[in-house]
Design a protein. Sequence first.
Length: 75
Amino acid sequence: MSDVGGVDRGVIVVAGYTVKATSDEDGHLTLTITHSDGSQVQALEMDLGFDDLWAERFSTALIEDRYSHSIKGDK
């Protein structure tokens, strides 16, 4: 992470996702997520069972469409 003008920034790239984290002078954390497939990133509504931390599971419209077709046997 680098400190640029009082704003901390970091980037993580994993499995096609790019996660950008920034925090401002007031301590607010902003996460932005994009995917290399170019489709809309979605937060999946799942209880991941963590009581002591924040966790979300993300996917994209294209990943979910492909998954839906695969479980239906569509090609």
